[in-house]
Design a protein around this ligand. Structure first.
Ligand SMILES: C[S@@+](CC[C@H](N)C(=O)[O-])C[C@H]1O[C@@H](n2cnc3c(N)ncnc32)[C@H](O)[C@@H]1O
Length: 391
């Protein structure tokens, strides 16, 4: 995983960022020397992985805002679509059915998702090309297939985790299901990539608190980080429900479900901790930025891009990218302080003057799911879709 060291003018932030960076480097070195085995790298998938997914009649993931995605991508016969987040193949499947001659390049970093893409490829011979890799590896994958920049007609990026990942206890994403504290979207592809258990058992308290603040927007980050450090002195934290109880233990019982999630349902007090760890382990914000850059270079003029996000950290990044801001120095996304109104106002002021030379919005405002859609698929309720045309 690439870890970009954050640089801040605020000395307090700079200190916390440095602490995280040093701890991260230590963690990487320690793991690197202790774990044997090479990465399988982008594009490759061994035969055992290919055979590991049983055919499933039920869709493993209900695609979010499907009608809207089909409308804004507006795929025409014989066009080439890049689905950057194949997942359970819900969006890809619908595109294949709606536009019989279209072909889909199906990317995902999760080998389980790529196994599904391979099954779909068999059912639609020649129309699905599975690509195992991360957004940050996409340009290499495309050039390996001799696909030139500026040649793709439509791109979809449906960020975050799939239901398949969330619902499988052994992947370690869900606090409601007991499993190993893993959270790596890549599965076992990169054996030396730290998992969530490595993070909670190795980083120092300040680094943990910074991660919870930055990626979970957690107000009680210091309290939770201190509880984690106390608990791991007794036993390493290796299970999802063990972590959930450690976090819950630092709050009075009455408040454990007192918070509400974005959908106004009672949320466990460790929800934000889980979100923060997942984003950190998978380097999700840097990946998202790489994905947007790769989409920009892959699309032909007049090509369409749809991006679906599920929380404000992602949506803020996408919004600014599509407005044409240069986000190549992404450090600010690692440690955005909760209250930074002056800087936010400054950003807002700057945005007014920015007009993207790359994108034409297809809608002025962000697109959100319709009521019916939400009733059928509660997970999609916090979704935001941004649809643009490449100049
Ligand atoms: C929300 S799901 C996509 C669901 C899909 N649209 C469907 O209808 O089934 C997101 C998928 O993107 C993948 N993903 C997330 N970040 C990625 C990255 N940086 N590179 C490649 N795939 C990524 C995840 O592994 C997951 O399978």
């Amino acid at each position: 995983m690439i870890f970009h060291m954050p640089m801040h003018s605020n000395p307090v932030l700079q200190r916390t960022s440095l602490a995280v960076w040093r701890a991260w480097r230590t963690l990487k070195l320690r793991l690197h020397s202790s774990v044997a085995g090479a990465s399988s790298g982008p594009g490759s998938l061994d035969r055992s992985e290919e055979l590991s997914v049983a055919p499933n009649k039920n869709p493993p993931h209900t695609p979010v805002m499907l009608k809207e995605v089909l409308h804004y991508l507006d795929v025409q016969p014989a066009q080439v679509v890049l689905d950057m987040t194949f997942g359970g193949g819900g969006h890809t499947g619908a595109i294949l059915n709606a536009v019989p001659e279209a072909t889909v390049l199906a990317l995902d970093r999760d080998p389980t998702a790529i196994s599904l893409a391979q099954q779909l490829a068999k059912e639609h011979s020649g129309r699905v090309k599975p690509l195992l890799g991360r957004f940050s590896e996409l340009e290499t994958l495309l050039s390996g297939m001799d696909i030139k920049p500026g040649s793709i007609d439509a791109v979809l990026l449906d960020a975050g985790c799939s239901s398949m990942q969330m619902d499988q206890a052994e992947r370690g994403f869900a606090l409601s299901k007991d499993g190993p504290l893993d959270m790596r979207m890549d599965g076992e592809r990169y054996p030396d990539m730290p998992c969530a258990a490595d993070v909670v058992n190795t980083l120092d308290q300040q680094a943990l608190a910074s991660i919870l603040t930055a990626y979970g927007e957690e107000r009680h980050a210091r309290k939770i980080a201190s509880a984690i450090v106390e608990a791991r002195r007794v036993n390493p934290i290796t299970r999802t429900q063990q972590l959930a109880s450690v976090v819950a233990g630092s709050f009075p019982p009455a408040v454990i479900y007192a918070r509400k999630d974005r959908l106004h349902r009672p949320a466990h007090v460790a929800t934000k901790t889980f979100q923060a760890l997942r984003i950190f382990v998978n380097d999700e914000l840097n990946e998202l930025h790489s994905g947007l850059c790769a989409a920009r270079s892959a699309l032909k003029p007049g090509g369409r891009l749809c991006v679906i996000t599920f929380h404000s950290l992602e949506d803020r990044l996408v919004k600014r990218f599509l407005k044409g801001e240069d986000l190549s120095n992404l450090d600010q996304y690692h440690f955005i302080p909760r209250k930074q109104s002056t800087r936010k106002e400054k950003w807002a002021g700057e945005e007014k003057h920015v007009r993207s030379s790359y994108w034409i919005p297809l809608e002025k405002k962000v697109i959100t799911p319709e009521k019916d859609d939400v009733q059928e698929n509660a997970r999609g309720r916090s979704a935001k879709l941004r649809a643009v045309l490449r100049r």
